[in-house]
Write a protein that binds this ligand. Sequence first.
Ligand code: HEC
Length: 172
Amino acid sequence: MFKGFVLGIILTIIVIGAVGYVVIVNGTIPAGAANSQPLPLEQWAARTSLQATLDHEAPKGPNPVQLTDANLIAGIGVYSRHCVFCHGTADGEPSPLAKGLYPPPPQLAKTGVEDEPEGWTVWKIQNGIRWSGMPSWEHVLNEQQVWQLALFLKHMDKLPPAPQQAWQQVKR
Ligand code: HEC
């Protein structure tokens, strides 16, 4: 009886493994294509694991960089050099890379991160996002620049006049 039970489990594992293998070698899961739709389970797995990591690792507490025009404009400057060709300008039109990259980079003027804690944004910028084109910037940007970016992204929809003018002038 117990032997049969164990055999049943082993057989089930072998069948699942075999089905998985056939699905992958036949390209049933479109792992190679950047222009196909995400599978529901794929999206769920990527989002859930990112969320759990953010809960553990993202810095908590307020932005160490002060909310001033100078810091907002500095953040906009970094954005225009390193982020605009994926995440777009103030007009919210899809950037060239947003049309072809999988998953597409969100156009931050339209679907931004104003509602998220700045620590999450800092974590995403420093570490990048696995299974996506979002690079890690830890070797390119220093701590202050990353927090200035987070400050700008947090206040993107409610910028004071001078930073707002700088943001409108950013071109892709
Ligand atoms: C090569 C393209 C590319 C570049 C350059 C890039 N990103 Fe991203 N970024 C992405 C992609 C793709 C995603 C979406 C990942 C996903 O689907 O989870 C993303 C996600 C994000 C998110 C999370 C958005 C959300 O709704 O959770 C933030 C914040 C972000 N990027 C900020 C930046 C900043 C700041 C820069 C510049 C320093 C930058 N990115 C440069 C591709 C890029």
